[in-house]
Design a protein around this ligand. Structure first.
Ligand code: AMP
Length: 629
């Protein structure tokens, strides 16, 4: 670790109040805080107590003078073949119009609004308009099934919902409105009004009399509306975001206002090393935390142009992302390992056709970035620095990263590098909380108080917050739920979720180690390794692999080669009992592999709740592959 980063980091832990007070100077406060940190009721922390600010003001109004004519949003849809831009001035006008519509519906500070929209610029406008009024938004990923949406409605108890007639996927409309209608039907605390954006994609769009309102028409009627930002206290909630892909009742991560702004603004400087006026592109969706933080709030806070993309990485061809980077002169990009693995199935010529000289850094997060995928993308993006970093919905911004804005550290493939300033991380033993030595596997934890921007609590359920995140060790540690190792140079390696460890005859194996070995085989594009019940060994490894497009080996040859590879790289104890070749892995809509579905198939059980599953056919295919054996 460089001397420079070491000092920067140490100060953030040992002199945290002074450190964060300095960072807080970079945002606008209507009223300055009285206390930097209130930690009187551990593990709950409140940052910049007594300070008053407004997220929308900081993201939009603050830039009008210096960059009113600069693009704030560039929307590109390869689904409907349209591009639209909004300058900061136009964004300001549009947000005011939307805020006026919401205020006319009686929306006030603290009210909740559920936003269920596709990747269109109106989604960002709606989010900002809520926060302008001090209302709390909860964005639900478009396309979630009615039952999931209803559970979120019941938990958030929104006054209003904002939705559209339809999303688009691979050139086909995916109607949203019928799902909203069904969810409201199922819900115990339905919203009073539904504000609807009709994109003209669903000829059968159904308007409910007296409940559904035409949002763009109302906004246009209030042309020139000016709505003063409502100043809120720093720890007032800005949004609720439900965590992805889990079972049980939805868990609403609650984010504060002031701490969130300070953390995101600081991250643009110290982690992403971005300048105002530059262009940032996060390829995620506004329904996920990456979308909240790095499509919407952080780039706008930092006076940048943010790219909002409606489309897939493969349409019209696997070069589309790089074409956009070249055309829009993207400087910093943020994507996920799953996207890299999807692109890796295709010829790298698609990347090389475009002039990528504007692009400095590509950040990746969301899952472990296996070394072979890292090398593939880094080798093909020669002049771009590819950096893995690790975080969660709960943290709201990175926990482990190479902080390019402080000092770019040497990259170790497979490692998201060091703890980020503000995060006091350790690897500890499961159960006891004993600190592990270098090179020893344990659970990744953070010592509270967590830095600004991390979740304040679980919406409406402090007890659940305490149990889920602080109930795992005798000492109070924030539990990330991930296994990790720190090496003797201080680099962290995240091995996957603690509940995904495979126990073969008493040996605890991380799914990550096995997947890494398999993914190193030149024929393999993607892999998921899971532990399934085995009468002899307790658990056995089952691997499901997706091959690159041009592979000609038979399934038997692949299976033998993979078993050999695991024998050599991890050890025969980890050798998969079965290897299945499939066309695609079962993933959530946010791109995470649903391992429990594969386990259930392999054990001949029902897979349970699969409402976050992206593609049903992946499950059918695995089921067939397994029964064929
Ligand atoms: P979510 O809250 O849905 O964004 O998921 C967070 C989880 O994704 C983490 O707890 C990790 O299991 C995983 N994750 C995110 N980033 C990384 C990374 N860079 N390396 C390994 N796992 C990651």
């Amino acid at each position: 670790m460089s001397e420079r980063y070491q000092q920067f980091f140490r100060r953030s832990i040992e002199d945290k109040e002074a450190f964060w007070a300095e960072q807080a100077e970079d945002i606008y406060w209507h009223r300055r805080w009285d206390r930097v940190l209130d930690y009187d009721r551990p593990p709950f922390s409140r940052w910049f107590v007594g300070g008053e600010t407004n997220t929308c003001y900081n993201c939009v109004d603050r830039h009008l003078e210096a960059r009113g004519d600069q693009n704030a949003i560039v929307w590109i849809s390869t689904e409907v073949n349209k591009t639209e831009t909004l300058t900061y001035r136009q964004l300001h006008e549009q947000v005011n119009r939307y805020a006026a519509v919401l205020a006319a519906q009686g929306l006030v500070k603290g009210d909740r609004v559920i936003i269920y929209l596709p990747m269109i610029p109106e989604a960002l406008v709606a989010m900002l308009a809520c926060l302008r009024l001090g209302a709390i938004h909860s964005v639900v990923f478009g396309g979630f099934a009615p039952a999931n949406l209803a559970a979120r409605i019941d938990d958030a108890r929104p006054r209003l919902m904002i939705t559209a007639d339809s999303g688009m996927r691979n050139g086909k409309p995916v109607p949203y409105k019928p799902l909203v209608d069904q969810a409201i039907e199922l819900s115990k605390s339905p919203p009073e009004k539904v504000l609807l954006i009709d994109r003209g994609l669903d000829p059968e769009l159904n308007w409910v009399d007296g409940r559904d309102l035409d949002l763009p028409a109302l906004a246009a009627a209030g042309d020139g509306a000016a709505v003063e930002p409502v100043w809120v206290e720093s720890s007032d909630p800005s949004y609720i975001l439900y965590t992805s892909g889990t079972t049980g009742s939805p868990k609403g991560v609650q984010r504060d206002t002031g701490g969130h702004l300070v953390a995101l603004q600081a991250s643009m400087k110290h982690i992403y090393a971005c300048q105002p006026g530059e262009t940032y592109w996060a390829t995620s969706d506004i329904g996920w935390v990456v979308g909240h933080s790095y499509i919407v709030y952080a780039p706008l806070l930092n006076g940048m142009t943010t790219i909002v993309y409606e489309g897939t990485p493969l349409n019209p061809d696997p070069g589309i992302w790089w074409k956009i980077v070249a055309e829009q002169q993207v400087n910093v990009m943020f994507s996920a390992p799953t996207a890299v693995r999807i692109l890796r199935k295709h010829d790298p010529k698609y990347m090389q056709q475009h002039d990528l000289s504007s692009l400095r850094t590509l950040f990746l997060a969301g899952e472990p970035l296996d070394a072979p995928s890292y090398h593939w993308i880094q080798d093909n993006l020669k002049d771009v620095t590819v950096l893995d970093h690790y975080w969660q919905t709960e943290s709201g911004w990175p926990i482990l990263s190479n902080c390019a804005g402080v000092e770019l550290e040497p990259v170790k493939p497979g490692s998201p590098t060091f703890p980020v300033y503000g995060w006091d991380m350790s690897v500890v033993e499961h159960g006891t909380g004993k600190i592990m030595g270098d090179g020893e596997k344990g659970v990744l934890v953070a010592k509270p108080p967590l830095p600004p921007g991390a979740l304040s609590t679980v919406w409406g359920d402090d007890q659940r917050f305490l149990e889920s995140y602080y109930g795992h060790f005798p000492e109070q540690f924030y539990y990330t739920g991930d296994y990790a190792i720190r090496d003797s140079d201080g680099y962290y390696f995240v091995l996957g979720r603690a509940d995904e460890v495979i126990n073969v005859a008493g040996h605890r194996l991380g799914t990550r180690e096995i997947e890494e070995a398999i993914s190193g085989h030149p024929a393999v594009a993607e892999v998921a390794a899971v532990g399934v019940k085995d009468e002899v060994k307790g658990q056995a490894v089952v691997a499901v692999v997706v091959l690159k497009n041009d592979v000609t080996l038979s399934d038997e040859e692949i299976s033998a080669a993979i078993k050999k590879q695991v024998d050599e790289q991890v050890g025969p104890i980890a050798r998969p009992r079965e290897v299945h070749v499939v066309a695609g892995l079962p993933k959530t809509r946010s791109g995470k592999v649903i391992r429990r579905a594969i386990i259930a198939m392999a054990e001949g059980r029902d897979a349970g709740d699969l409402s976050t599953l992206e593609d049903q056919s992946t499950i059918e295919e695995i089921k067939k592959a397994i029964t064929r054996q």
